[in-house]
Design a protein around this ligand. Sequence first.
Ligand code: SAM
Length: 273
Amino acid sequence: MRFDIITIFPDFFAGPFDYGILKRARTTGLVQIETHDLRSFTHDRHRTVDDRPFGGGEGMVLKAQPIYEAMQSLNISPKISRDRSKETVILLSAQGQPFTQSVAHELSATERVVILCGRYEGVDERVNELFCDREISIGDYVLSGGELAAAVVLDAVMRLVPGVLGNEASSEFESFGAGDAAITSSVDVEGVPRSQHGAGGLLDYPHYTRPAEFRGAAVPDVLMGGDHAAVRKWRREQQLRKTLRNRPDLLEGAALSDWDRKVLERLRAEMLS
Ligand code: SAM
């Protein structure tokens, strides 16, 4: 998979992908990341990429012309004449659609992703209309530029590219992992979902490692007892508890068994008392 990032700060990306699994993904060639300095596509002495907004108002706007030339240099045609199944052009924008794990999954199935990082007040809207397949926001807040957002999107997408994580399945076992329909049909005698997913559309359960006691705080007994069924039950309840407390909105789309629903009822009652 290849990423092309168009930015006025290409050096920004020298660090974020030089660590851990993302570095390994690059060095093994599973993922290629190229940065492109927008200023290289200007033709004036000052290498001007921005100009004042038509209609007045605060700030500056990234001009269409250098971005157009950057797209041309990458062989990216306007979207009406491009095979959009193989390549996707993304504009990072606070006004974009929310970036979620399912968007990351969709993007990870694409051969090439071109990311345009805005700055100042943003990008001339005609660039968006001409080239961009998706306008993506990483959250309801305003950053100074698209570079940090690009790093977030790349990180989340890269780790879903087949082969990047050591264990192919491990992204399925994380928060926001596959909304696992099979989970409801795979329950044990008590109706507890059989899979130890940290997922199924719920948040992950809490994790602990040695020592068993740290400054007076002990690891929950159930994790030390070796009873796998009890561990699975406890973890599932923790997933439900955490999702109910921190992200109740996720419960609507989660794959829940009857056992889950009963636990949720109890947890809701506990919260109210
Ligand atoms: N005037 C814009 C607005 O009010 O929506 C904010 C522009 S912001 C200062 C500059 C650039 O940062 C944007 O063009 C975009 O590329 C990036 N950016 C800011 N917030 C973002 C977010 N939440 N998600 C993705 N990109 C963001």
